[in-house]
Design a protein around this ligand. Sequence first.
Ligand code: GRF
Length: 194
Amino acid sequence: MINIAVLISGRGSNLLSIIKSFKEQVKVVMSSSPKAFGLRYAEEYKIPFKVIESEGQIIDEINKYNIGLICMAGFMKKLTNDFTKKYKVLNIHPSLLPKYKGLNVHKQVLDNKEEYTGCTVHYATGELDSGEIIMQSQVKIDKGETIESLERKVLNEEHKLYPKAIRKVLNTIQPRYDYTTKEIIEAMDRINAR
Ligand code: GRF
């Protein structure tokens, strides 16, 4: 089982959706702010949490809880390239990347009269909202849509998308025990041929 850490800075609604889907695996929640509402979810679900101020402190927690996957969920601090190369770090962003990086995304989407928007889960790099895309979900923009209604709609999709994308990533890094007889015989042949 791969241990997960979640990094937050505020509301924590994506944290909650991750906790609900991966209860046993979320070992620590870290926040860049002591006031983050999301810390209450960690408390409620009895998950250890820590307010961190530096990447060094994040690394301490990763080592302490033997973390294999880090999920940024509304985490407002940038991580360095060294960090994101060393660890598997995911991020969720409320637009169809590579369009609309950064903040105030929904306003820009409406100003540009887009027909569709959505959300993206991607591997994090040292660059803002960049990195390989893992999964996206699209939503249609209705007539009379406001920033608030659009945010609600996209956030609702985020809560479904993030757990799906995490599952996809875990499937690529979790150890497998379901080898077929053919795979076992081929592996033994390879070893015997050495
Ligand atoms: C979400 O819209 C997420 O995509 C973005 O920040 C927001 C965080 O919301 N990166 P929450 O804290 O998960 O409720």
